[in-house]
Design a protein around this ligand. Sequence first.
Ligand code: FAD
Ligand code: FES
Length: 240
Amino acid sequence: MKKQFIGKINLIEKVSIDAYKMEIFSELEEAYPGQFISILCPTQTLRRPFSIAGFDKEKQLTTIIFKLKGDGTNYLKDLKIGDEINFLAPLGNTFEIENKNCLLVGAGIGIAPMLFLKKELDKKNIKNYLVSGFKSDDEVISGSDENVVGGSVLDNLEQIIKDKKIEIVYSCGPQIVLKKISEICLSCDIESQIAMEKVMACSIGVCRGCVIRLAKENEVVYASVCKDGPVFKGSEIVWE
Ligand SMILES: Cc1cc2nc3c(=O)[nH]c(=O)nc-3n(C[C@H](O)[C@H](O)[C@H](O)COP(=O)(O)OP(=O)(O)OC[C@H]3O[C@@H](n4cnc5c(N)ncnc54)[C@H](O)[C@@H]3O)c2cc1C
Ligand code: FES
């Protein structure tokens, strides 16, 4: 159940030229791949959402990986070990884990939820391949470097799907990349589960500021990314 937590920073570490990994110690009891947390940055009125990149129930640690954008993320990068952090969690739905041949595609900072998903699939012995792509070498996030493709994650996607006999693709990244990935999956006749990102105000389904359109049974319905998502079937998303 979603709750507000006051956690403590357990680790903050630079993982690329403009991204940081943060571990938060808290009383959060459960979290699943696809879900996110929403952090209060005292310099900002609105909380800032971040995908959960890892969760260790025993050590009570929640990991996020964030890229510097504006005031909120710059505030976070200056926090020190032991500092308190106020966040809502766990928010949103989860990737549906299926015992199929899985391909995980993380474009840029979209790698964050993929790292968590990969860990869960490995735990369940579900066959999976991770592909990540970054704009430049210095943006590559350490921890995902084993699987980095040179150039765009889209370049050889169709070939990888065919060669590895992929049955389902999970992905997160910029909308333009996600749209292309869902189109490729449709043309290959396989399922895709896409974690969407929208600028969020409330993060809890109240303001309707994060709606997207879904095509369901011949009608178009509105869904909020923060509450109904962030994970949607690629085949149902009506792309802008
Ligand atoms: C469900 C969800 C999960 C996310 N997971 C991560 C994550 O794991 N790691 C990460 O680095 N970021 C993630 N984001 C994006 C992150 O929330 C924003 O980068 C952050 O809120 C920026 O805050 P800021 O105050 O630093 O920048 P701001 O000053 O708020 O914004 C700086 C610039 O970034 C743009 N921006 C802000 N939020 C978003 C957004 N959601 N999508 C696209 N552009 C945006 C603004 O329009 C502006 O141009 C996620 C967003 C969502 C909705
Ligand atoms: S951010 Fe308010 S409804 Fe999603």
